[in-house]
Design a protein around this ligand. Structure first.
Ligand SMILES: C[S@@+](CC[C@H](N)C(=O)[O-])C[C@H]1O[C@@H](n2cnc3c(N)ncnc32)[C@H](O)[C@@H]1O
Length: 201
């Protein structure tokens, strides 16, 4: 079963920063790696669903002309919007995905610690919407926790297997640690390395 939104609402009601993003080195490092691995110097239009309180959003913003960050929980959106107030090109909205997937297309989509909350049908819809709204040659960065969590509908590895199985996506990068998998997929049949994109190879 997909994790219901009231599960997250209760978490935020009990603690405005339920995963301790403000203080944990683990997350600060992972967020930095997530942004550092992005293959393009800049993105024209990026989408980050499940943005929580906007810690990763704030790191992504300087690399994006436009960045849409959404979360299903209003209080998280309020915190993220306050954090990102004044950041050029950043919009923070409340939206539940995959049902409220935004219109338009993106050259970057970031799925960070999100995919394991969805059952088979919803993950399939989410990935289909992501692929459909990714521009040709656009990048999809996925990063997910690997240890078992009782409340998760699936493992992080399972999310990455589902991404790798999408014929529209080719894998460009993979950073595997005991704790998380961080991968970059490109919407293309044959991924071009950063050196190839830059005309160096
Ligand atoms: C573990 S946090 C990840 C936060 C952030 N992406 C990061 O990696 O730092 C998961 C977030 O996803 C949000 N979320 C869960 N299900 C969602 C859904 N169906 N639509 C939108 N947001 C959702 C939760 O409210 C929560 O803020």
């Amino acid at each position: 079963m997909t994790t219901p939104i009231n599960y997250f609402e209760q978490m935020y009601a009990a603690d405005a920063d339920p995963w301790s993003f403000e203080s944990r080195w683990y997350d600060a490092r992972k967020h930095a790696l997530t942004v550092a691995i992005a293959p393009a110097r800049r993105y024209r239009s990026a989408f980050e669903p499940g943005c929580s309180t906007g810690r990763l959003t704030a790191r992504l913003a300087p690399r994006c002309d436009k960045l849409l960050a959404v979360d299903a929980v209003e209080s998280a959106v309020t915190t993220a919007a306050e954090r990102l107030a004044g950041a050029p090109g950043v919009t923070v909205e409340r939206a539940t995905i995959p049902a409220e997937w935004p219109g338009g297309t993106f050259d970057l989509i970031v799925l960070s610690e999100l995919g394991y909350y969805f059952d088979d049908a919803d993950l399939d819809t989410l990935l289909t919407r992501a692929v459909d709204s990714l521009e040709p040659g656009g990048d999809l960065i996925a990063v997910h926790w690997r240890w078992p969590v009782e409340e998760h509908a699936r493992s992080g590895d399972d999310v990455h297997r589902a991404l790798a199985a999408r014929p529209e996506l080719a894998r460009l990068s993979r950073l595997e640690e005991a704790d998380f998998l961080l991968e970059v997929f490109s919407r293309t049949t044959e991924a071009r390395s950063v050196a190839q994109r830059e005309g160096l190879a």
